[in-house]
Design a protein around this ligand. Structure first.
Ligand code: CGF
Ligand code: PLP
Length: 832
């Protein structure tokens, strides 16, 4: 390509090539230039938002210069790329991360201060990019950071929702959802109006025969919507590699209907069509771990998958390679089953458009995809109704039927006469209406299937996907334990701790090789180090205490034990057990003598998290937390001994200051239900201990940090079936402490008991599906152990330091290296 451009032209372009600022002066010049020209403001009317924008634009320029270099380098080397397809990317804010990843934060802080602003205030101006619900979306964001930091050629593909996850307000103790319009000013995206793809829906399929007598399927008619690309640069840490996250936005297909209707005066209908098209990418479905099955969601999925595949195939075709090389050049990772239609779409492109034979195409498809499963919860496994798919994507349904037919034929050949097996593994479930089991389609169409923590990966092999292990053999199924990026979740969120660690380890290299944290082990007994460590924790708690006072008016003592449970509200995560435990503590305090009270460790119980808008039980749990906080926080018998706080609108930015401020965090799901959890990793990495069940990644955290440094309790996953069975047959008595709690709620201590009857009912006639009663005694007993342990500050500090020193395994870099080596076969590309 280089040599095709005349030398003088190249020289001219090189001479004026954009350069990155590298000194404070250059940085300030960029900021002032952007404020004065891009934003049309001046010294006299530059408020914090304008100053933030100026700084963001200065950094955006740096990112873009690196982004250009990266894309060129990756194109020239012509190696395999990985494409990470995720309906959710819970990115949070970008500026702080960009400054740190470019190692320019100190310069920028000083520069901004000389321009009359405080960097903390400017960072606060940025809106969270909240295009996700929780763990799954945040995992995708951590993976993007690691992919870039490790120099892997990788693109993310997602949807550019106009509204991200709703903002949560607590009004009169109840959750109220408010739309999150985050795009009013977003300097981090680049609209690519030239990159558009027409996406078709509905219509019909007809067979056509060409002059050679070859028949093919043609999908015609229906609605056409245009996908427009918006690119978001993703900078790696301490590297020039800046990868691309491409988000698709929907709009009416150009000229098709609007002009005609407009011309004929049918304005209203023309506007309606426009709105209909724009609706596709308008809003993120606010459900975590629940399948809702709405047509618009299916439209979102196909729209995003079809646009992404068009883009990927177009890029591949430019290389001029043969189709047989496709899977050497392209790996596509499916983040959950949401993008499973990509399997069908690629088969359709290869067979219908590129006219490959079915088997040749299917061979390419099954070498290209990998599927990550994130849950075994039955209510979360996606199933699409056949009539819905038939109507929206008629050709895709035919292809799904064919995939199923060939698959079942192969199963039949290997397991003749096993009718039961055939019906169990069929992609089509014979319900009324019939439904498509997306996870089965994802397994059949992928090369590898992985779970996200060891226990979870074992569980999928022995329960929901057992038959597929028999059919495909165990090697198709693997585990990649989740991880978190230490750049955002330690260095950015907890700068003081990061610096303290760097001082001991001789610099910040541990941020790229987190196993180096084990160098802290030798300081775990060092009294000075312990003191510094606990001081940092204390300051982080003070900061949180101030936030709590400012936002809720509740005054909490930063010396108390801060016990935090923040995550989506879900019965399986058992926030109800936590609040029942708090009530039990409250009742105990009410009965204590003065002497007993003196011995008690003061506690602040902090909750946060969103409930899906239609998830009534989760909303009731929030209401119980707020009701308990109203009573407990105002009870003079209790004073500082117990405070209960609900933090409104939990999101990534809030997680960034909550994780560093916990002494204890709660990861207490019913064993076998939390696939992995990632906030457990973040809390431990920030020097807090955890109370948890033997579930998800808690098990591996225990293995790494040692049993003495985690407070485990409760039944094991293998007990769950028997316990549930016993409940169903009324063979269990409610735990007596829990009975007391329920009685207190029913007495009206926390307001109208009718409001909470659903929660109580779930424990009694509802069969206690989440086994709160079974685990309650050991939960309370373990909290007592926590109290005792917390009294000895040195021993506590020792535990925390030892735990952090053993957290190296949980970097998302390790997870990405495993994906790259075991699933994608991907090599890094170093950008000069
Ligand atoms: O994915 C989750 C989370 N709720 O988003 N799943 N889904 N679907 C799991 O429940 C978590 O356990 C897991 O950590 C996360 C990322 O894999
Ligand atoms: N929501 C947000 C905003 C997060 O930052 C995280 C992880 O840090 C999660 C949800 C996932 O939390 P958990 O693993 O506890 O479900």
């Amino acid at each position: 390509i280089e040599s095709s451009i005349p030398q003088p032209l190249r020289e001219k372009w090189r001479k004026f090539a954009a350069t990155e600022f590298s000194t404070k002066d250059e940085f300030q010049k960029e900021v002032v230039k952007h404020v004065e020209t891009t934003l049309a403001r001046s010294l006299y009317n530059c408020d914090e938002l304008a100053a933030y924008s100026g700084v963001a634009l200065a950094f955006r320029d740096r990112l873009i210069i690196d982004w250009n270099k990266t894309q060129q380098a990756q194109t020239f080397v012509d190696q395999k790329r990985v494409y990470y397809l995720s309906l959710e990317f819970l990115m949070g804010r970008t500026l702080d991360n960009a400054m740190l990843n470019h190692r320019m934060k100190d310069t920028a802080v000083e520069g901004v201060s000389e321009l009359g602003f405080r960097m903390e205030d400017l960072i606060e101006q940025e809106h969270d990019a909240a295009l996700g619900n929780g763990g799954l979306g945040r995992l995708a964001a951590c993976f993007l950071d690691s992919l870039a930091s490790l120099n892997y050629p990788a693109w993310g593909y997602g949807l550019r929702y106009r509204y991200g996850i709703f903002k949560q307000e607590i009004i009169d103790g109840y959750q109220v959802e408010v739309p999150d319009y985050w795009l009013d000013f977003n300097p981090w995206e680049f609209p690519r109006h030239e990159i558009t793809v027409d996406i078709m829906f509905y219509g019909y399929v007809r067979k056509s025969t060409d002059e050679n007598g070859q028949t093919s399927h043609v999908w015609e008619g229906g609605e056409v919507v245009q996908a427009v690309a918006y690119d978001v640069p993703i900078p790696g840490f301490a590297t020039s590699t800046t990868n691309n996250l491409r988000l698709w936005s929907s709009k009416p297909s150009s000229g098709e209907f609007d002009f005609q209707k407009f011309n004929s005066g049918d304005y209203e209908s023309s506007v309606r069509d426009q709105q209909r098209a724009e609706t596709i990418s308008a809003v993120l479905y606010p459900n975590d771990n629940i399948d809702v099955g709405k047509e618009l969601r299916l439209k979102q999925q196909y729209f995003w998958v079809a646009a992404s595949l068009y883009d990927i195939v177009r890029r591949f075709k430019k290389s001029g390679r043969a189709w047989s090389e496709f899977s050497d050049q392209v790996s596509i990772q499916l983040n959950d089953t949401h993008p499973t239609l990509a399997i069908v779409e690629l088969q359709r492109i290869l067979v219908d458009k590129e006219h490959l034979e079915w088997d040749e195409a299917w061979n390419i498809v099954t070498q290209t995809f990998g599927y990550t499963n994130h849950t075994v919860l039955p209510e979360a496994l996606e199933k699409w109704s056949v009539p819905l798919v038939q109507n929206l994507l008629p050709r895709h349904l035919q292809i799904i039927y064919d995939i199923n037919l060939f698959f079942l034929q192969s199963v039949e050949r290997r397991f003749p006469k096993d009718r039961e097996l055939l019906s169990r593994v069929s992609i089509i479930e014979e319900s009324n209406p019939q439904v498509i089991r997306m996870a089965y389609l994802a397994i059949i169409g992928s090369k590898k299937v992985n779970g996200v923590a060891e226990l979870h990966s074992d569980l999928i092999k022995t329960t929901i996907f057992k038959d597929f292990v028999t059919i495909f053999g165990p090697d198709k199924f693997t585990n990649v334990t989740n991880g978190v990026t230490p750049r955002r979740w330690l260095h950015q969120a907890n700068p003081e701790l990061s610096k303290l660690i760097a001082d001991k380890l001789g610099g910040f290299t541990f941020l790229k090789d987190l196993t180096l944290l084990n160098g802290l082990e030798k300081y775990a007994d060092d009294k000075e180090f312990q003191k510094d460590w606990m001081h940092i924790k204390f300051r982080n708690k003070q900061r949180l205490a101030k936030y709590i006072k400012d936002t809720t008016g509740i005054v909490v003592n930063p010396s108390a034990l801060f016990d935090i449970q923040v995550k989506r509200i879900h019965e399986y995560k058992r926030q109800q057990m936590n609040i029942f435990g708090v009530i039990s503590r409250y009742l105990a305090i009410k009965k204590m003598t003065k002497e007993e009270k003196k011995k008690l460790v003061p506690r602040v119980s902090i909750f946060g998290g969103k409930a899906a808008p239609g998830y009534w039980m989760a909303k009731t749990i929030i209401r119980l937390v707020t009701a308990v906080s109203e009573v407990v926080n105002n009870d003079p018998d209790v004073g500082d001994l117990l405070k209960v706080v609900f933090i409104e609108d939990y999101n990534v930015s809030k997680a960034e200051f909550l994780c560093p401020a916990s002494d204890l965090s709660e990861h207490i799901s019913t064993a076998g239900t939390e696939a992995s959890g990632t906030s457990n990793m973040k809390f431990v990495l920030n020097g807090g201990l955890i109370i948890g069940t033997c579930d998800g990644a808690n098990i591996e955290i225990t293995r790494e940090i040692g049993e003495d440094r985690i407070f485990l309790f409760g039944h094991l996953a293998e007990d769950v079936d028997d316990l549930r069975h016993a409940h169903r047959f009324g063979k269990t008595e409610m735990d007596p402490a829990l009975r007391q709690v329920c009685d207190e709620i029913e007495k009206g201590t926390f307001g109208d008991p009718g409001v909470f009857s659903g929660l109580i009912h779930a424990l009694t006639d509802g069969g206690d599906y989440y086994l709160v009663s079974d685990d309650f005694a050991s939960y309370l007993a373990t909290h007592k152990l926590v109290d005792e342990a917390f009294k000895n500050e040195e021993a506590w500090a020792h535990k925390c330091i030892m735990a952090v020193s053993a957290m190296g395994f949980f970097t998302s870099d390790r997870a990405i290296l495993e994906y790259a080596e075991n699933i994608w076969n991907l090599e890094p590309v170093v950008v000069a």
